[in-house]
Design a protein. Sequence first.
Length: 262
Amino acid sequence: MTSPRKTYIIANWKMNFTPGEASLYLHRLEKRITPSRNVQVILAPSTVALQPLSLQINRRQFKLAAQNFYWRDYGAYTGETSVSQLRGFVDYAIVGHSERRYVFNESEEDIAKKVAAAIRNNLTPILCIGETAMERKDGETAAAIYSQLINGLHEVSKEDISKIIIAYEPVWAISSNKNARPAKPADIDEAQILIRKHVSKLFGKTASEQIPVLYGGSVNSDTAGGYLSINGIDGLLIGGASLIADSFCAIVETAKGMKKYE
Ligand code: 13P
């Protein structure tokens, strides 16, 4: 029997915690989360906290992810941080989060270049895709998922598709949005089937079966178990609940206790 796929539990702290607060919070998590072969816990603090946390973490227990970066490796780009400057500190990089797409007007072209830059620098991109409330209302969910996938993966070769994680985050389910509501397991299942179908068309069947697909949007310690039990969902990308140690640790425990790892 092949061993079950790894589960990824990712904490996106967004623009919260000073470096000092992030370090204290990490201390609390360190005491409560033990390393696991099956569950990879990844923390995505803001850029200023990446360097100090990279010195503090035990990499068998936690990995770090960048929330954002610029796709060029160096040059005259005032205020930007390149992925080549970050790669000593992080193993993963979030790309295409809806807050980057819609608050900072990041284009599909920027996103494709960021995915390519992460791979070029040996980091695993976590490509976020997901439809808006309006797109869902207009019956355009499948089209939105397809276009974000095909554009985001535009510069990825067949050899490199195995280095990518996809996170399905419907914009209407993210807790910071007005009228946010959690997605139903059936919606998430439909989306992961679609994602795998498109990956299969673009990169082949093996890639579609092996690519990790995560869910994000208003996940908390009560709902995590239900989402994780969807066949084809390989983990969670968590915003609000990742800022509360009790909630985040409970979600990690739920992931570790999943039936497939018994
Ligand atoms: P919430 O868990 O706060 O809805 O945030 C989800 C998210 O945007 C993670 O990237």
